[in-house]
Design a binder for this molecule. Structure first.
Ligand code: C5P
Length: 416
């Protein structure tokens, strides 16, 4: 049976630390899913696990020495780092993280990490105090800024007897992070020369956030929407070189640098601004538009008391997505994308929405309370189009945005 990892090549760098024994389990899980695993061990790692056990599990030669002549003939460190699809450092010791942050290259592991042109995932593991030390925290932020992905560490009892953050993520958690990486990377990864400016010369229009529908001067009807996903999409569109217009309801987020911000309050205003911004190449409707507004807004604050409960008559708001998807050809963006926030039957409802709205694609997600998507930083999405359903693993909203935008760029390319 094919898996997300079938035929993928992972270069596992095992650092020094008691958690190195868990890397053996990680290798087993990766092999079970048909990944090819090649391992490099640091000198310190060899104090905790043996080359023989790693070689037996990977069924590959284990690399340890930077200056091994035979290795340089068979496969040099450059080739070793380039022939993999992903580099995983587990456990990533404080020392290894420091070397990576500094760009040191004084053994095979650090040299390979410096020479690679592939994504790197690290699973830190160390004593609590070492983890919390300013130097490690500084190195961590440098690594994150360099695009290194980080999984863990987890809180827990440590081998040294202390309690707190520092335990390496469990092998199944690291596996999930590796699978998540590959699940989206059938699409080329950002940063790759071919895709970085895939939307140069294109206009991308994005709606985001909630709308506020006034009841009176102080009260309004609204949806729970942080705007995070829409703003992350705008950032991703800018990163791909698009002229990016962000039509946003009231949110508490910084304007993505490079995007043209059009602040609005109500659905009616949002529709007006969106229509004025057409034509566009891609229109993405990530806003949580209120379905209803109060038919006639009170000019003064409605008072509690003698008159009983206010009799609020509602009127339906315009459906912005449906309006744009149904626009005449000259105005209709080539790719119209809607979002479906559902609390049940996510895919079935998204399919129905695709037909009802007349858009090209629905990005569906489960916003039931237990998923914590609303206002949270992570999201699990399904792409529903006429050609089928593609489900992605749980990812940060910024990562979802990056991958979505690359996917949209690809669809746009394929259409014209
Ligand atoms: O119908 P529903 O609100 O579930 O549809 C969600 C999708 O439609 C989202 O993409 C949302 O931005 C868009 N929408 C809209 N105008 C509305 C209601 C929803 O653009 N009035």
């Amino acid at each position: 049976m094919m898996t997300t990892l079938s035929g993928r090549s992972v270069l596992l760098i095992i650092g020094g630390g008691i958690a190195a024994y868990k890397s053996l389990e990680l290798i087993r899980l990766l092999k079970q899913r048909q990944a090819k695993v090649t391992a490099i061990m640091t000198k310190a790692a060899e104090q905790f696990v043996t080359q023989l056990s790693v070689a037996s599990l990977t069924a590959e030669k284990v690399y340890t020495d930077l200056f091994s002549l035979t290795d340089e003939v068979e496969m040099g460190h450059i080739e070793l780092s380039r022939s993999a699809d992903l580099l995983v450092v587990a456990p990533a010791s404080a020392d290894l993280m420091a070397k990576m942050a500094q760009g040191l290259a004084n053994d095979l592991a650090s040299t390979t990490l410096l020479a690679t042109d592939k994504k790197i995932l690290i699973a830190p593991a160390m004593n609590v105090r070492m983890w919390q030390h300013k130097a490690t925290m500084r190195n961590l932020s440098v690594l994150k800024a360099d695009g290194v992905r980080v999984i863990g560490p987890n809180d827990g009892e440590m081998a040294c007897g202390e309690y707190g953050p520092g335990r390496m993520a469990e092998p199944v958690e690291i596996l999930a992070a590796i699978e998540a990486h590959f699940a989206g990377s059938a699409l080329p990864l950002a940063g790759g020369a071919a895709t970085t400016r895939a939307l140069t010369g294109r206009k991308v229009l994005i709606t985001a956030g909630p709308t506020h529908e006034p009841i009176d001067p102080v009260r309004y009807i609204a949806n729970r929407s942080s705007g995070k996903q829409g703003y992350a999409l705008a950032e991703a569109a800018v990163a791909l070189g698009a002229e990016t217009v962000l039509v946003s309801g009231p949110v508490n987020l910084p304007i993505p640098p490079g995007a043209q911000m059009m602040p609005v309050e109500t659905a009616a205003e949002m529709l007006k601004v969106v229509e004025a911004e057409l034509p566009a190449d891609i229109a993405i409707f990530a806003a949580a538009v209120a379905d209803w507004r109060v038919a006639s807004t009170a000019d003064q604050k409605i008072k509690k008391g003698s008159g009983g409960l206010p009799d609020l008559k509602l009127a339906e708001n315009p459906d912005i997505l449906k309006t744009v998807a149904g626009a005449a050809k000259a105005k209709r963006p080539k790719l119209v994308v809607g979002f479906a926030a559902e609390t049940e039957n996510v895919i079935a409802n998204a399919k129905a929405k695709l037909a009802k709205k007349g858009c090209d694609l629905i990005v569906a997600n489960d916003v039931s309370a237990e998923k914590g998507v609303m206002g949270g930083d992570r999201n699990t999405v399904h792409l529903v189009s006429a050609s089928g359903v593609e489900s992605w693993p749980e990812l940060d909203k910024s990562e979802v945005a990056r991958r979505l935008m690359e996917d949209f760029a690809r669809r746009l390319g394929a259409k014209s």
